[in-house]
Design a protein around this ligand. Structure first.
Ligand code: SF4
Length: 296
């Protein structure tokens, strides 16, 4: 019996147990792959510029400021906020982008390795990186105007005698973490759980693994509870769909919600349009022509 869609979660627990067990084995598989990995390899780090992202709903807008979501649906120009006076923060983002690419590269090569080792037994594994979610491809994305992307999806396959058939799908979301943050984590952050829920609904993914990767020592959260979880229908209906309905009502009535200013404004692509009070111009630092900073 497969576990490839949200509907499959309704199957009897005893049927799903071995599939959940196989999903939990992904970290052991990764560790084993890394141990034997002595071949040459390379990977590319790519980053979509903020200004080139389309309008609509993005996964990063599932929490915090409603005004930001409304601006995004309205298609207000997104700008790279180059005035933010924090080069160190941007360097950390770059390191995070590189770490994403490293893990995605590992998972793709690990899947090839697994398939080479198990093909004779009629088993295979694939990993698709950067799965784009756009209205053209997915009904839920079309319904809500969602434009986003998931870090990756694992699919386990078996040979049924005539063709390869998918029997288990697991979504992956990767988050790099400082050692201090990592040690404090008890489960996925609320905003990350909402992002994952959005990906799961759009891609019809029954399971999701949120990987927090400790940048100091390469420890990571394994695919066990609470880091591996089922699609949360209640979260989708009561929080995400409600949020989308509210945002579209603002768009329909052209009544903008109030600003919800805070630390998150530093990462908002609409500061040029919104002009939040929390960001004030300050004297430029040495080597930086102009700057903004978050006031306490
Ligand atoms: S700048 Fe801040 S208050 Fe304005 S839309 Fe963005 S997140 Fe909201």
């Amino acid at each position: 019996m497969p576990l490839v869609s949200i509907a499959d979660l309704a199957r009897p627990p005893e049927e799903l147990a071995p599939l959940r067990q196989q999903a939990r084995g992904l970290s052991e598989l990764w560790n084993a792959f890394v141990l034997q990995d002595g071949e040459a390899y390379s990977y590319t780090v790519s980053k979509q510029g903020e200004s080139s992202r389309g309008g609509g709903i993005h996964a990063s807008e599932m929490s915090e400021c409603m005004l930001r979501l409304v601006y995004s649906i309205l298609g207000i120009e997104r700008r790279h906020i180059k005035e933010v006076n924090d080069y160190n923060m941007k360097m950390r983002f770059k390191a995070g982008d590189a770490l994403h690419a490293m893990v995605q590269s590992d998972f793709a090569r690990m899947s090839d390795w697994y398939t080479r080792e198990h093909r004779d037994q009629g088993l295979a594994l694939s990993f698709e990186s950067e799965v784009r979610i756009t209205p053209e491809f997915y009904a839920v994305a079309q319904e809500w105007g969602i434009n986003s992307g998931c870090d990756g999806v694992f699919t386990f396959w078996h040979w049924d005698g005539t063709q390869w058939v998918a029997y288990l799908r697991v979504g992956v979301e990767i988050k790099s973490s400082s050692a201090l943050e990592y040690e404090k984590r008890k489960g996925p952050e609320g905003k990350h759980a909402k992002q994952a829920c959005l990906y799961q609904k759009c891609l019809d993914l029954p399971l999701m693994w949120t990987i927090y990767y400790n940048k100091s020592n390469s420890n990571y959260t394994t695919p066990t509870m609470p880091w591996l979880f089922d699609f949360d229908e209640k979260l989708w209906e009561e929080e995400l769909e409600m949020r989308f309905r509210t945002a579209y009502e603002h768009v329909r009535t052209q009544q903008m919600p109030p600003r919800n200013e805070g630390h998150h404004c530093r990462f908002c692509p609409f500061t040029h349009h919104c002009g939040p009070e929390v960001l004030k111009r300050v004297q430029p630092q040495k080597g930086i022509s102009a700057g903004l900073r978050v006031l306490p």
